[in-house]
Design a protein around this ligand. Sequence first.
Ligand SMILES: CC(C)(COP(=O)(O)OP(=O)(O)OC[C@H]1O[C@@H](n2cnc3c(N)ncnc32)[C@H](O)[C@@H]1OP(=O)(O)O)[C@@H](O)C(=O)NCCC(=O)NCCS
Length: 179
Amino acid sequence: MSEAAWQIRPERPADATAITALNAASFGPGRFAKSAYRLREGVAPVAGLGFVAMEDNTLLGSVRFWPISVGGHEELLLGPLAVHGDQRGRGIGIALMQAGISAARQGPWRGILLVGNEPYYAKVGFSRLPPGRVRFPGPVDQDRILGLSLKGGEMLSLTGQVRRAQIDAPVCADGAALG
Ligand SMILES: CC(C)(COP(=O)(O)OP(=O)(O)OC[C@H]1O[C@@H](n2cnc3c(N)ncnc32)[C@H](O)[C@@H]1OP(=O)(O)O)[C@@H](O)C(=O)NCCC(=O)NCCS
């Protein structure tokens, strides 16, 4: 099998426009109404945890992580994760998440939450949280609330209301700087 030509590298400021366009194309205008976007609104993504997939100087995929407050502790929310429509199925999504998760393990967080499709995210270690353990703002399908422990088993003690982290920078909900 030939080696993948794409590579994962940390996100740079100059990637922001391409990432915004990718997220808009992947999720559509309805994305801003989702619970996860409410948690991102007005909050900057975590610096150092954004990764992109590049091939021939073209951005093929992106993952970012947001800080969230879970029962008063700062944890992480994975996403947006997106890969260009004609590049899916090449392992890029999994590789982006693995890069982000591995960087997140170096930080102070206990766990990562996300709202998504369990069969896909189980490939990088996510599993369903017991129903009612954490509460997202707005309506969220309990079966799609997934978690990953960054420090042995600490995810199990994650409980409570999920809220926006401290507002620290004027950005819009997919991470593009305003103004
Ligand atoms: C979801 C997404 C990021 C996946 O990216 P990708 O680069 O195609 O994923 P990968 O190639 O790394 O996937 C690898 C594996 O996951 C599987 N997979 C991909 N999407 C899946 C899904 N929605 N459900 C279950 N399995 C899925 C693939 O079949 C593949 O399995 P295999 O290794 O057994 O063949 C991409 O489809 C996308 O951008 N979708 C639109 C945006 C989106 O929905 N983002 C997620 C928000 S919850």
